[in-house]
Design a protein around this ligand. Structure first.
Ligand code: FE
Length: 144
């Protein structure tokens, strides 16, 4: 079934049930986005990737990161030091697995994307540690 909620231009917040997401998302995207799963480190397609362009939420198409905020963190997941817009993502305190972490969710659809840590590079010193599976990359039009 095609995903009717996917749009790269509509920024209206979505309120879609898990059952509905299960129908329209590929199984691996559903597992990360809605069940808050984590892809195995060093396995994601964007971990070692240096393409120039934009990363979108794989569940809803919301623009999340530009490639110029991506950096080689060595942590095993694609890492960024800032989002495209302040409200591209939302934050939630995650106390699972005996840790206190800040969960990062898509600001449009609420998909779980990963976590953010305070050990990133300047100027923000943030490390948005993301799952490749919930990111959609599109390269810039003119190959620079
Ligand atoms: Fe989304």
């Amino acid at each position: 079934m095609p995903n009717p909620y996917y749009s790269r231009t509509d920024t209206t917040k979505l309120n879609v049930s898990d059952a509905e997401w299960k129908k329209v998302l590929p199984e691996d995207v559903y597992y990360i986005a809605r069940n808050k799963g984590t892809e195995r480190p060093f396995t994601g397609k964007y971990n070692d990737f240096e393409g120039l362009g934009t990363y979108y939420c794989a569940a809803c198409g919301n623009a999340l990161f530009k490639s110029d905020s991506k950096f080689a963190s060595g942590c095993g997941w694609p890492s960024f030091f800032e989002t495209i817009r302040k409200n591209s993502v939302e934050y939630h305190t995650d106390k699972s697995h005996g840790m206190i972490r800040t969960e990062v969710l898509c600001g449009r659809c609420g998909a779980h994307l990963g976590h953010v840590f305070d050990d990133g590079p300047p100027p923000t010193h943030k490390r948005f540690c993301m799952n490749s599976i919930v990111l959609d990359f599109e390269g810039d039009k003119q190959g620079r």
